[in-house]
Design a protein around this ligand. Sequence first.
Ligand code: SAH
Length: 397
Amino acid sequence: MSALRSLRLKPEAERRLRLGHSWVYANEFEGKLGALGLQAGQQVELITARGRSLGAAYVNPNVLIAGRLLHAPSDGFDVRAWLRQRIQGALAMRQRLGVAQAGRLIFGESDGLPGLVVDRYGPLLSAQLGTAGMAVLADEIADELRQINGVEALVWRNDAAGRELEGLPREVVVAFGEVVEPIWIEENGARFGISPISGQKTGWFFDQRDNRAALMPFVAGARVLDLFSYGGGWGVCSAAHGAHSALCVDSSGAALEAVQRNAKASGVGDRVSVLDADAFDACRQLRDAGERFDVVVVDPPAFIKRKKDAEAGTLAYRRINEAALKLVTDGGLIVSCSCSHHFSADALLDALNRAACALGVRLRVLRRLAQSADHPIHPGMPETEYLKGFLAEVRRP
Ligand code: SAH
């Protein structure tokens, strides 16, 4: 094992890293990072301005987040042992939560594995290598994951947009095993067929599992509208928990085919219907048709992907919540979520409140919602907390 090259940081990066953060920005390195002849993904040692070691890290000199600290000693750093220890730790926590067969097994920085995401669907893993530093470890990671009890196949969903910035190709590759879609999982009393190769992201949004569970006590007999439904996580679960009916709205035909398949497999095909439309248009159509719902779920894609989208995105959250609130019965419920990193829970609550005030309806928040426990939050990295939501009761004057 050869010694890692040492890179010195400016003093300002140190405090954040000592408080558990992983990221080092390009301008926090002493000297010109681009001039040092570093490879994208290379492992290095980071040292403070005073020359003390902060531990092993990996770098990519071509991106803004140019270094990610691994929070492991650099002296005799054994990447394979580090990977194994972190993966086992991540797995043990999911076993404790009871989601080790279906759930997010590894959530990047929060699990001490910057840039790596792994979801499990029974025998199949669907994973993302988000950085050059993780991409160079693909074979070692695959070898470690292969050893997990019951795992038969691994798909690299390396098609996320962020890969281009890292200088990595966007592709979907089967690392080992055979993948036959759909793969069935159970969640909140319903069955879902997952397409890890052709579905969105890794195939399923486990981050909403705990929130869907929080809604289920309220849905018996309800007419439910599931906006931005994807495979019907909210709508199909609601039907399985005794909802009178669920209408799932999405602009993806493939997602709605999955909804119908999932509803049928869950024994509620007769109570779940789909509408292939833009959610904003659908709200207008439903309102014009005089439709009302006892529960409306608003779970859109991130409207604010970059900071510069903040203004337009904030307006979009307000508009969609206003459109949704118009459809809720007196005494009904709204579930309103945001998965935008750059949009705080307070900002979402404000958007919801403004929408309610504009319409003259009163809201009472019953529950605050957050990403499921298998997407843990790192207390030193606010960036790991991204999903927020509110379950609120709606009263008309
Ligand atoms: N509610 C889902 C996750 C939603 S992901 C769950 O619980 O699993 C966001 C979904 O919104 C995607 O399925 C995407 O196809 C859909 N979508 C994106 N823009 C849309 C729009 N303007 N109108 C309707 N659906 C949209």
